[in-house]
Design a protein around this ligand. Sequence first.
Ligand code: ATP
Ligand code: MG
Length: 255
Amino acid sequence: MTSFDLDNPIFELSSSTDKNAWTLRHAVEGVQIFGGIGSGKTSGSGRMLALKYLSAGFGGLVLTVKADEKQAWQEYCRITKRENDLVILEPRGEHSFNFLQYESSHSDKDGSSTENIVEVLKTVIRAGETKDSGKSDDAFWETALDMLIFNVIDLCKLAYDKVSVKEMYDIVQSIPKGKEQLKSATEEDKRKAFHKAMSAALGKVTRKIDAWNVHSRTPTGSVSLKIQKAMKKRCLTPCPKPVCWHLSINSSLII
Ligand SMILES: Nc1ncnc2c1ncn2[C@@H]1O[C@H](COP(=O)(O)OP(=O)(O)OP(=O)(O)O)[C@@H](O)[C@H]1O
Ligand SMILES: [Mg+2]
C-alpha cells in the first residue's frame, strides 16, 4: 500500500505577509468552503482542491445530485490522468453496489450483526420515503417491520450465506400467513422462495451440527435430529409476534 507523509505540501497558500503550505494533514483533517449561491465555490476552490488531491493520488467518494457534477469529475480525472480509477454508480449504469452483500460479508468477520444490516436497510428505506407519504408512526408497525426484516435477513444468511433485496422480497411475498398454512404447505408452496430458503437453511444447519457431532464424538446420538425437532416445534408454536416463523439457530439454546 502506498504510504503518505502527512506533512507533504499539496499547494502553497500565500498572502502579502505570510506564506504557508496546505499539507496532506490539512486535507485529511477536512475542508469546508463557504460562499453565497453561485459565488464560485465549486468552480473555484472546489475544482482546484479536486485537481490537487487527484494529482497527489487521493481516492475518495463524491456524492452529488447535480447533473453536471459527473461531467466535472470526469474532466478532473482526465486532466490528472486518473480516468482508470473513476467508477461511476448511477441508475442503469455499468457498475452497481450491493450494499446488503457488502454489509453482510463485512459484519460477519466481527461476529456478525444482522442488526447492522437491518439498520442499513431501514436507512435506505427511510431515505426513499417522502415526509408526507402517510406512513404510520405507530411503534407497533415499526417493531413489526424491524422483526420482519431481521428474520428475513437471518433466513437469507442461513440459507444462502448472502443477502439480496430480490431474495428478501421473494421470501416476504411467500411467507405463510399462519401456522395452518405453514403446516399444510402444498407442493406449489414448497417451490416458493420462503419454503426453499427454510429447507436450504435447515439442510445447512443440520450438516453443520452433524459435522460438529462427529467431530466432538457426542454420545447422545443424532443432535441434528433433535435440532430438526426443536426447529419444527418452534416454527409451529403459536407466536404472538407478527412473524411466527422466527428461526433462531442458537444450538445451545435449542439443544
Ligand atoms: N471568478 C469568476 N468569474 C466569473 N465567473 C465565475 C467566477 N467564479 C465562478 N464563476 C461562474 O459562476 C457560476 C457559478 O459557479 P459555481 O457553480 O462554482 O458556484 P457555487 O458557489 O459552487 O454555486 P452553488 O452554490 O450553486 O453550488 C459558474 O458558471 C462559474 O463559471
Ligand atoms: Mg457548487
